[in-house]
Design a protein around this ligand. Structure first.
Ligand code: ADP
Ligand code: 2DT
Length: 212
């Protein structure tokens, strides 16, 4: 590697935990401190695969459960060449949801094992840091009503949360659980500190492979 690579930083958490708010603030802060950083989000609804997913989430189309799981994974894989290129150029990527949402949401459906759900994402670029924004469902409810998209249902989100907890037990990943009930600024400060450490550590390491 000719230059120091960027870090892959993922923000995960239940709906309304503040992921999007914090991703934007983190990218802005990293840039202001002279680092190269860009935001990405999954699903990326701009690609052809992303448009199929978007229509499904908006309930404009129905897709078979295994099929949609594989489309979410394919939506990550189609962006891997670009992600690697950016990381190798020294750009840190701040990503709003990743394979962990993929596994947590599908395995919350009846008949889906964690293992089956993880398989298609094995080998994706491994995050250097996964920030989990932890928020109690009653706190999340105070941040406004759910929208009308598929999965925006309280009971389903509770099962999703349990699946995230299983995934967080994996010691091969750098999980940091953050109390998302804090103020936007307090959360930002905490997230920035973790991210700066991860960026420094990642600089001298090759990009890892997820769940391998
Ligand atoms: P997510 O991307 O996790 O769904 P958002 O960043 O879109 O969450 O935030 C959901 C809502 O909660 C928005 O209205 C946002 O302004 C608000 N919000 C975000 N972070 C906080 C916070 N720390 N405290 C209170 N409200 C917040
Ligand atoms: P937002 O665009 O509001 O984050 O909602 N999801 C996401 C999956 O089921 N599988 C995945 O792989 C990913 C990345 C979570 C997107 C919705 O799609 C769900 C909420």
């Amino acid at each position: 590697m000719s230059c120091r690579r960027g870090a892959l930083i993922v923000l995960e958490g239940v709906d309304k935990a503040g992921k999007t708010t914090q991703c934007k603030k983190l990218v802005q802060a990293l840039k202001e401190s002279g680092r190269q950083a860009e935001m990405m989000r999954f699903p990326d609804r701009t690609t052809k695969i992303g448009q199929l997913i978007s229509a499904y989430l908006e309930k404009k189309s129905n897709l078979e459960d295994h099929t949609v799981h594989l489309l979410f994974s394919a939506n990550r894989w189609e962006l891997v060449p670009l992600m690697k290129q950016k990381l190798e150029q020294g750009i840190s990527l701040v990503v709003d949801r990743y394979a962990f949402s993929g596994v947590a949401f599908t395995s919350a459906k009846p008949g889906f094992s964690l293992d089956w759900c993880m398989n298609p994402d094995v080998g994706l670029p491994k995050p250097d840091l996964v920030l989990f924004l932890q928020l109690h469902p009653t706190e999340a409810a105070q941040r406004g009503e759910f929208g009308t998209e598929r999965y925006e249902v309280g009971d389903f989100q509770k099962i999703v949360m349990q699946k995230f907890e299983l995934l967080m037990k994996d010691p091969s990943l750098n999980w940091q659980v953050i109390d998302a009930a804090k103020s936007i600024e307090d959360l930002h400060a905490e997230i920035k500190t973790h991210s700066e450490t991860a960026i420094t550590v990642a600089e001298n390491q090759p990009i890892g492979e997820l769940w391998k």
